[in-house]
Write a protein that binds this ligand. Structure first.
Ligand code: DGJ
Length: 544
């Protein structure tokens, strides 16, 4: 959010309006840096593309269980593992910390030369408080639970309770202090997720007496000031709610936003944001690396309370940005079929684009190209990544193998605006765009009609990246795509001068097969068949 660091030199260039595309961080600590309006994730002073995978919830709770998982992850071309840190195992007795699991995660990752994103399963995990330590769960007098409108306690810690917050802060700060102590030089841990899928159930807000009291008070000045300052940039779903009662700038929650479930949700979201921000800020004080929150998306169109409400959801982005300036990214977890729709929502409000969870499915192999190429994402991470039987056959691992080679050129072309990502299926069969003097059409391979798979009853998603590396030079990478070229000059026709399949080894291009016969249809198009994954470097030329 507002928390990006611009290195001094960048700031000067930015102010002068000539931001340097090749800007380098002057600080090795992991951080988010904006260049040419594109926010990238830097590790070790260089942009870093997260080719991630999140472990199933229980996998990292046992060192022996984890042991065979590490090489599997490495073989899938991941560079980053997202792994939980469980509050109940970190602080089994109040004030007594056990870092054994954290140390073992860091050691395991280092051995495989992997990076880690640690997920703080603290006060909330998928709305609930299942990972709160027993000494919290068993002492409800001290650690108050959320209550529903009937006054019944829920298995959810109250966000309005200072004792809960302080306990979470103490544990999280201890974790970050420990990481700073053992990892601030090596930077194996590169980012932190604070809590997990925060969201109120089964009503839109809490009804503890502290919550009820706060509900009847004025909307805090911090939120009102943010709304006033950002009035013309607020997400439209939220602006409408504020507009309804005439953009009031002071009053209770119901006076400003009206009576109803949406207002209950906004109220709860503010509290969640402020609470999570306090946790994140306390952690950053010990060790300042990027921190994000993730959202369980509401895609079924049900009312607040029936979905995990008040989390960092698209319509609440402004509330979260206002309440949680120490949180750097609001991230979507994808367990729904509306990939484009929700990705479009999460690139608003200067939010860096990061997908920390997506259901493990073969189509992820194609979606990752759209995330990185089109949305300029900083990373991608299928959930329960370790639970595959044949890691080398996993489609997303094959895409990662390409992305791993291309990462430096992808990151460079993101900030130069020279990259396009596509995602295609039977409903969205082709995409056209202009790069320099050329018009490119990228089509699903099955549109050829004569390709071996095109009579398949279902079309797998296909996708890829097109990177322009010179006036008439392109890198084309992906799976299941066909690319044709034409000229922006109507008098010119475009031919394929040369197409080489190949690999980048240590950032050096090693050409493999020359593809100028059947493989490029005698110079008519570039083709990567469905279920094949490759990189081709292509030169085109004009003729009349
Ligand atoms: C999303 C959660 O964030 C994960 O921890 C896990 O519970 C998955 N859902 C399960 O599908």
């Amino acid at each position: 959010m507002q928390n990006f660091k611009l290195p001094a030199i960048l700031f000067i260039l930015f102010a002068a309006g000539t931001l340097d595309a090749n800007a380098q961080s002057n600080n090795n600590i992991p951080q988010l840096i904006r260049t040419n309006g594109i926010i990238q994730f830097y590790v070790g002073g260089k942009p870093f593309l997260i080719l991630g995978g999140e472990l199933g919830n229980s996998t990292a709770s046992n060192i022996d269980y984890m042991r065979p998982v590490w090489p599997k992850l490495k073989s899938m071309h991941l560079n980053t593992v997202l792994a939980p840190v469980y509050w109940e195992l970190l602080e089994p007795l109040e004030g007594k910390f056990d870092f054994t699991l954290v140390d073992s995660l860091i050691a395991g990752a280092r051995k495989q030369r992997l990076k880690l994103i640690l997920l703080w399963f603290g006060s909330w995990k998928n709305s609930m408080s299942c990972y709160a330590p027993e000494w919290i769960k068993l002492n409800q007098q001290k650690f108050e639970r959320a209550k529903n409108s009937k006054g019944n306690g829920l298995e959810i810690l109250s966000a309005f309770n200072k004792t809960n917050l302080n306990a979470d802060i103490d544990a999280f700060a201890a974790l970050m202090k420990h990481i700073a102590k053992i990892d601030s030089v090596e930077n194996t841990v590169v980012m932190i997720q604070v809590e997990n899928e925060i969201g109120m159930l089964t009503e839109a807000r809490e009804y503890t007496s502290a919550a009820n009291q706060a509900f009847n008070q004025k909307v805090p000045g911090e939120l009102m000031n943010y709304l006033k300052k950002n009035k013309h940039e607020l997400v439209p779903e939220f602006l409408t709610l504020w507009q309804k009662n005439g953009f009031l700038t002071t009053g209770t929650w119901e006076e400003i936003f009206g009576k109803g479930l949406s207002t209950d949700e906004i109220f709860q979201a503010w509290q969640y944001a402020v609470y999570t921000n306090a946790v994140a800020a306390a952690g950053k004080k010990e060790y300042n690396i990027p921190m994000y929150v993730n959202a369980a998306l509401n895609y079924r169109n049900v009312n607040p309370g029936q979905y995990p409400s008040a989390g960092p959801l698209p319509h609440l982005m402004d509330v979260w940005q206002a309440g949680a300036p120490s949180i750097d990214i609001l991230s979507p977890d994808f367990y729904n079929p509306y990939f484009r729709q929700y990705s479009d929502l999460y690139i608003r409000r200067n939010n860096p684009f990061f997908i920390p969870e997506i259901r493990s499915e073969p189509d992820n192999a194609a979606k990752v190209f759209l995330a990185v190429g089109h949305y300029k994402g900083i990373g991608f991470s299928p959930f329960s990544i370790e639970s595959v039987n044949a890691p080398l056959e996993e489609p997303v691992a094959k895409s990662y193998a390409l992305l791993q080679q291309l990462a430096p050129v992808i990151l460079e072309s993101q900030v130069k605006g020279k990259i396009v990502g596509v995602l295609l299926d039977s409903a969205f069969q082709k995409q056209e765009f202009t790069m320099g003097n050329y018009r490119l059409t990228v089509s699903h391979e099955y549109t050829l009609g004569w390709s071996p798979g095109s009579r398949d009853p279902g079309w797998p998603e296909s996708g890829g990246l097109i990177i322009q590396t010179g006036n008439n030079e392109f890198i084309i990478a992906g799976t299941g795509i066909v690319v044709t070229f034409s000229s922006t000059n109507a008098n010119q026709t475009v031919g394929i001068l040369r197409a080489d399949e190949g690999e980048y080894k240590n950032d050096q291009w090693k050409p493999g097969r020359r593809m100028n016969g059947d493989q490029d249809h005698q110079g008519r198009h570039i083709r990567i068949p469905v279920r094949e994954f490759s990189i081709q470097r292509v030169s085109v030329y004009d003729y009349q």
